[in-house]
Design a protein around this ligand. Structure first.
Ligand SMILES: [Zn+2]
Length: 344
């Protein structure tokens, strides 16, 4: 499968095509809302759109990636592209944990500024799910009466956090997971060593952004492999050992929260793979290095038991996020997991 494309973008073909068409016709809408989990490509897509329309030598809707304009968009230093995000707000000295009404006001005051170099002014708002309702209200007027040259791109991980009044005025592009083989071929086509490309693609749940970072950082791959390894060993053990692991993980949780949460999330990946195998979709499994474990689970349990285990993991993660005691959350999760088949 070749994924070569003039936007050098991986996955979510439909959303990319919509923006590509608009760039080719040079007739963008004024407001877009891009949603999807982290690392699915929202930001890259927004940048490609801006590059295509601001490029000095565009080729049929594709940016050239070489001209000063293309480079400045990527470096976030283009005069006609305003970037907003939590990181930027924090760098400006704010302690807030959401995008503030002041940030929303700066967005509204940047939007009407006439473009200096091209025909459009892009306003890219990352972390838009963190705009509180009053901050969104402050943005509404800009979206309702957009300056003719404005292209606003709101990037949000969660559609529900965006007010319906904003949503209805934006073109919605929902980004989903990209199949792993597609990520691997994309990395391959970009010249990544094929073993590294395969490893990076096999460890992500459909997030090209993570795989691209990991293919440049073998440490990230190693860490991630070790986490999946621990998750697999946890599942592949007796009832007693499962509880013992649950307790030892709850004990280290206060100090190593991120790592512990990652191990729990990785168990979800393994249960999901076993559901896929059980339902005859082995070709779609993600954690191929552990296909032996998922095949054994699929071979000895019916689909409702496997789905029960998967949903117990999600419940546990939700409980931990609302600060249920780790021991309680982890113990009740492993008690729901169906037993490992005995090997003899
Ligand atoms: Zn260019």
């Amino acid at each position: 499968m070749t994924i070569a494309n003039g936007w050098r973008f991986c996955g979510n073909r439909q959303s990319m095509d919509k923006l590509h068409q608009a760039a080719r016709r040079r007739s963008p809408r004024h407001a877009f809302l891009l949603t999807g989990a982290p690392s699915m490509g929202k930001r890259t897509l927004a940048l490609r759109f801006a590059q295509s329309l601001l490029c000095k030598r565009p080729i049929d809707g594709d940016p050239c990636f070489e001209c000063g304009s293309c480079r400045r968009v990527l470096r976030e230093s283009h005069a006609d592209v305003s970037n907003f995000s939590m990181d930027r707000q924090t760098a400006q000295g704010s302690n807030a944990v959401s995008l503030t009404i002041e940030t929303a006001r700066s967005i509204s005051s940047d939007a009407p500024l006439r473009p200096l170099n091209g025909d459009w002014r892009f306003v890219i708002v990352d972390d838009a799910e963190l705009l509180l309702p009053d901050a969104q209200e402050a943005l509404l007027k800009t979206i309702e009466e957009p300056p003719p040259f404005m292209v606003l791109l709101l990037l949000a991980s969660d559609l529900d956090s965006i007010l319906p009044t904003i949503r209805s005025r934006c073109e919605l592009l929902e980004l989903g997971a990209t199949p792993n083989p597609e990520i691997a071929s994309f990395l391959d086509a970009q010249g990544t060593d094929s073993r590294l490309a395969e490893a990076a693609a096999s460890l992500t749940s459909g997030a090209p952004g993570w795989a691209i970072r990991a293919s440049n950082d073998p440490m990230l791959i190693e860490e991630s492999m070790s986490i999946v390894e621990q998750a697999a060993a946890w599942i592949d053990s007796s009832d007693f050992e499962r509880i013992a692991t649950a307790f030892s993980l709850s004990d280290i949780m206060p100090k190593q929260r991120t790592e512990t949460m990652s191990i729990i999330e990785a168990t979800a990946g393994l249960w999901r793979d076993s559901v896929l195998v059980r339902s005859g979709n082995s070709d779609r499994i993600i954690l191929r290095a552990h296909s032996d474990l998922t095949a054994r689970l699929a071979g000895s349990h019916d689909i409702s038991e496997l789905l029960g285990a998967l949903s117990a993991v999600w419940t546990c993660l939700d409980d931990l996020r609302i600060n249920v005691r780790p021991r309680l959350a982890l113990e009740s999760m492993v008690l729901t997991w169906p037993r490992m088949p005995t090997s003899n």
